[in-house]
Design a protein. Structure first.
Length: 281
């Protein structure tokens, strides 16, 4: 197990190319490392996790998610099969690989819940509904990692003004995207029944619903979610680094706090004005 940062990218790339097996733990990450500015604030690493072949990238928010992911990871790095992709999620889980955990040192209030087999599998597959959208859902908030409190707060703030708001917890943008693209390739080859995990999750979300995605990382990490079923999407994230301050100050400055999520939802979806929306800086 290695503690590393973006500075180890060359070593990571060559290790994956040589089919080495390891668990890479990178922490702290993003602008959540608020007191330290400069290149320590790694904003591109979620995209590296998606793009790097031979590496399954995760970014959990809660400790029970991390426990489920680690249990999977210790088995995953020992696999060496050449089987075809599973039709359950269309990922190459049979072949195994290395694992990247993008973690944070930010303390987050934990949620108490039973870890069912279904929830554990959804966490490993990349996402689950923390708040399932209703039949008249107008907006879904999709978040990753350390910004979980802001996403949860934003859903509470807009619940009075937008119907059936959904909250999607994304534990692995990498595995969601990989499963989606693999399922598309399968359909192109005639397997018309192929459906990825993210396609199943968003299948019942109304077409008029908007998606606001947010993470402490580059917004392109989750921007593709709108292409899964044609929903409008407003991706929030961090495109610049270097500022130093408190976490609330930096989240507000870069537009990934609860108010920024509410503002994005207000412009993305029709309806009455959001009563709890504050003017953006």
């Amino acid at each position: 197990m290695i503690r590393s940062s973006q500075r180890g990218l060359d070593a990571l790339n060559y290790a994956c190319y040589q089919e080495a097996r390891f668990i890479l733990v990178a922490t702290p990450s993003g602008i959540t490392l608020a007191p330290e500015g400069g290149a320590h604030q790694s904003i591109a690493t979620p995209l590296i996790g998606i793009a790097q072949d031979g590496l399954a990238a995760f970014e959990p928010a809660f400790v029970d998610e991390l426990a489920a992911i680690l249990a999977f990871a210790f088995d995953y790095i020992q696999r060496a099969g050449d089987s075809e992709a599973s039709e359950r999620n269309w990922l190459r889980d049979e072949t195994g690989g290395s694992v990247y955990l993008r973690l944070s040192t930010r303390p987050i209030e934990q949620i108490k819940r039973a870890m069912t087999p279904e929830l554990r599998q959804a966490i490993v597959d990349g996402a689950y509904w923390l708040r399932k959208p209703g039949p008249n859902c107008q907006v879904v908030v999709a978040y990753t990692g350390a910004v979980a409190p802001e996403a949860i707060q934003a859903v509470g703030l807009m619940a009075e003004d937008r119907r059936d708001v959904g909250l999607l917890a994304v534990t692995s943008a990498d595995r969601l995207n990989a499963g989606w693209t693999a399922a598309q390739r399968a359909r192109e080859r005639g397997l018309v029944h192929a459906r990825s995990h993210i396609e199943q999750l968003l299948a019942d979300v109304p077409s008029h619903c908007g998606i606001v995605s947010v993470l402490d990382g580059h917004p392109a990490t989750l921007a593709w979610l709108g292409a899964v079923h044609g929903h409008r999407v407003r991706p929030l994230g961090v495109e610049h680094f270097g500022q130093t301050g408190s976490i609330p100050d930096l989240y507000r400055h870069y537009g990934i706090d609860a108010n920024a999520v509410v503002a994005a939802a207000a412009t993305l979806t029709p309806g009455r004005p959001m009563r709890h929306l504050k003017a953006l800086p």
